[in-house]
Design a binder for this molecule. Structure first.
Ligand code: PGA
Length: 255
């Protein structure tokens, strides 16, 4: 089964409007040069950038996504942004359950399931994040942690809904630390996740599920990570803030 690769950039809370537009223009130019054929490219800037970045990327192979969305459709929820609002900017994607949302903002599996449902209902595709913290890996319970996150977050969605979801495995000990999971560690967990999706959703969904790796993925290690049979691309934080570096990660996915 040849799955499409995805390279998604998570800008996190970086870049003012001017800086964001310049970065988006530089990424646009990179993608126009690379002309990816096997890889979808998604930029996930802060909400305030979504409209201008979508306009800049228009006509290029890259598209936009948000880093989060509300679990509700509308109402008295000061400071929240709904999935439909995200969609109305031209975005096609949203990241749900990033470890920073889970740990810093206390988003639990139940809420993340609601957010995923809200995003799908609004017509967005979802990058659903999972991953263990270091003490969980040291205690050797990382597989169970990821299993619970996926079971609680994604159980009950239909095969059609699941075809609009990709899973990003991001070991928290590798995020922003410069410590990357080895290709073998990534492959081992990705294979586990694929087997789990087979158990939960069936063989068809499992074979088609795109599973991204995230955590200190950069141009110098992307090719060996993406060469693993169950690693279908990456969710890139720090290295997505530099267009040349990000472009080289897209090139690695095209190999
Ligand atoms: P990093 O972040 O690439 O800076 O480690 C990845 C992520 O948090 O999505």
């Amino acid at each position: 089964m040849i799955r499409r690769k995805i390279v998604a950039g998570n800008w996190k809370m970086n870049m003012n409007l001017t800086e964001g537009n310049s970065l988006a223009e530089a990424v646009r130019n990179e993608t126009l040069q690379i002309k990816p054929v096997k890889t979808s490219v998604v930029l996930c800037p802060p909400f305030i950038h979504l409209k201008s970045v979508a306009a800049i990327l228009d006509g290029s192979p890259a598209m936009t996504g948000a880093q989060n969305c509300s679990h509700e459709k509308a109402g008295a929820l000061t400071g929240e942004i709904s999935a439909a609002m995200v969609k109305s900017t031209g975005a096609g994607w949203v990241i749900i359950g990033h470890s920073e949302r889970r740990t810093i903002f206390g988003e639990d599996d139940k809420l993340l399931r609601k957010k995923t449902a809200a995003a799908l209902e609004a017509g967005l595709k979802v990058i659903f994040c999972c991953g263990e913290v270091l003490p969980e890996r040291e205690k050797n319970i990382h597989f169970n942690v990821v299993r619970t996150q996926i079971e609680e977050g994604l159980s009950g969605f239909t095969a059609k809904e699941l075809s609009d979801i990709v899973i990003a495995y991001e070991p928290v000990w590798a995020i922003g630390t410069g410590v990357t999971a080895s290709p073998q560690q990534a492959q081992e967990m990705h294979a586990y996740i694929r087997e789990l999706t087979r158990e939960l959703f069936g063989a068809g969904t499992a074979a088609e599920m795109i599973i991204l790796y995230g955590g200190s993925c950069k141009a110098s290690n992307a090719a060996e990570l993406f060469a693993m049979p169950d690693v279908d691309g990456g969710l890139i934080g720090g290295a997505s803030l530099n267009a040349i570096e990000f472009g080289n990660i897209i090139r690695a996915a095209e190999l």
